[in-house]
Design a protein around this ligand. Structure first.
Ligand code: AMP
Ligand code: ZN
Length: 503
């Protein structure tokens, strides 16, 4: 079985055969560092983070390059607005991006090159393009001449005439063709500038990615990715200049992530409809954001909404819950039982094996994480059923099996970057409301004795259990309702009552 990927270049799914057996070179266009990233940007980085992690899980040695565009008009404008230097803006937002990336649980790429560290390579490529007759100089600017590159439009699947009609580009008399794009921009007073054979200036955006991907991955590398909005003109231009320069294929597989929309419109700073990653993470765990990404195929758009977020929250809670239940069973006394519940055990054993196979099959199919997640939840369902049907008397064999199920759950979720580590009791205790003290001592007369809130909560549950045994349903319900009002949910399981914080 091999991995299949949808290649935007050919508009079809193809077998994934890397240039160097066992190795993968992957380049993803990174942020222009002039502001905080939003949920739309986050989704693209998450999609490629998932692909990166999964390829590693499948045994590939992956070199993942995600660049930083640290020189650009937007950075210069922001610096002017804030009366500071473009360097300061770029440095600040690089730091902030790394902070968000870490908090989102993104794996660090192998290399995160900065455009400004590769100006020399860019100048070399531009010089070669001029020499080959593919680029021309006008007053210190250098343009790529699209009509000189026969393959222009092969990624977007559009001819030059179609683009011209579609893009409504302004006619610039200095350009030979309206679609010609800047490789080098001459310096304006006060802007950052580098020496070049055409005078002082700075690179255009597209040439940055050509220089950095060739430098770290070489020609004809495996995966070039980015959000769908970069397909044209950015990636089209990258192809034109790189293939014009090397006369070889630039990258083998072009992967484009679907956009995040909100109310039917693209989430974009310019439209004023963005939700910053850092704001979202104040309210939600990073795994919730990842589950939001995993729940939709990476190529499909996501219509962001509070309901979607709630679904992802519920999914995360279900995953943690099943792990808590397993933990609870593993901690309860082991018994010998005769006869063993072989049928239930065999069923769970089969589902564990099938889940792993199906999950890999789903992810191998163009990284279909939505299907992969559904496979994981089939296992979750089986584990829950097993615990309910098997009952309180747990044998060593049943424990072994549950441990195996838990291991597969952790392995597969980890393969796509989910972290299902259960929070420690002390950490959870910190989040519990202060009202616990009042309920324990004033209402139920439980001695506080310097106990932590989670320990008091266990005492409260014990009190409720006693009430239930004594058939004092009124009391049992009152305790449940009081806790519910504090955001604490009680779950009555065959193995006793447990509490959890509603999120
Ligand atoms: P930018 O900073 O606009 O160059 O975008 C950085 C990355 O985020 C690129 O890979 C874009 O394709 C991606 N991106 C921007 N907006 C969205 C969106 N609404 N949904 C998904 N990806 C986006
Ligand atoms: Zn790029």
């Amino acid at each position: 079985m091999s991995i299949k990927v949808y290649n935007t270049l050919d508009r079809k799914k193809e077998e994934f055969i890397p240039r160097d057996p066992g190795k993968v070179g992957m380049y993803v266009c990174g942020p222009t560092v002039y502001n905080y990233i939003h949920v739309g940007n986050a989704r693209t980085y998450l999609s490629f983070d998932i692909i990166y992690r999964y390829l590693k899980y499948r045994g590939y040695d992956v070199t993942y390059v995600r660049n930083l565009t640290d020189i650009d008009d937007k950075i210069i404008i922001k610096a002017k607005e804030e009366r500071t230097s473009p360097e300061e803006i770029a440095e600040r937002y690089t730091r902030e991006f790394w902070e968000d990336a870490k908090n989102m649980g993104l794996a660090e790429p192998t290399i995160q090159p900065k455009a400004t560290n590769h100006i020399k390579e860019m100048i070399e490529i531009i010089e070669a393009l001029i020499e080959k007759g593919l680029a021309y100089i006008v007053d210190g600017d250098v343009y790529f001449e699209v009509t000189k590159f026969a393959g222009y439009g092969k990624l977007a699947h559009r001819t030059l005439d179609e683009m011209r009609a579609g893009e409504r580009v302004e006619i610039d008399p200095r350009k030979h063709h309206p679609m010609d794009f800047a490789l080098w921009k001459s310096a304006k007073p006060g802007e950052p500038a580098w020496d070049s054979p055409w005078g002082k200036g700075r690179p255009g955006w597209h040439i940055e990615c050509t220089a950095m991907s060739l430098r770290y991955l070489g020609i004809d590398f495996d995966i070039h990715g980015g959000g769908r909005d970069l397909l044209f003109p950015h990636h089209e231009n990258e192809i034109a200049q790189t293939e014009g320069y090397t006369s070889k294929r630039f990258a083998k597989y072009w992967l484009h992530g679907g956009l995040v929309n909100i109310g039917g419109e693209k989430m974009a700073k310019s439209l004023g409809n963005i939700i910053l990653v850092r704001d979202l993470l104040k309210e939600h765990n990073a795994n919730v954001l990842r589950l939001l990404a995993l729940g939709t195929h990476y190529r499909s758009p996501i219509d962001f909404s509070q309901e979607k977020l709630k679904e992802a929250e519920a999914a995360y809670e279900r995953l943690l819950n099943v792990r808590r239940r397993i933990e609870h069973v593993l901690e309860s006394p082991t018994v010998t039982r005769w006869p063993e519940k072989v049928e239930e055990m065999n069923r769970l054993k089969r589902v564990i094996e099938e889940t792993k196979e199906k999950f890999i099959e789903s992810m191998d199919d163009d990284f279909n994480s939505a299907a992969g997640l559904a496979n994981l939840f089939e296992l979750v369902k089986e584990i829950n059923t097993f615990i309910e049907v098997y009952g309180e008397q747990v044998t060593m064999h049943a424990k072994d099996l549950l441990e195996e199920a838990d291991g597969v759950l952790l392995e597969l979720s980890g393969a796509v970057g989910l972290n299902l580590t259960l929070p420690k009791a002390e950490d959870v205790a910190k989040k519990l409301p202060e009202d616990i003290y009042q309920l324990a001592s004033e209402v139920l007369g439980i001695a506080i004795d310097g106990k932590r809130k989670d320990q008091l909560l266990d005492d409260i549950l014990e009190r409720r259990n006693r009430a239930r045994k004594e058939k004092d349903w009124g009391m049992a319900d009152r305790i449940r309702d009081r806790l519910s009002a504090m955001g604490i949910e009680i779950e009555d399981t065959p193995l006793g009552s447990r509490w959890k914080l509603k999120i």
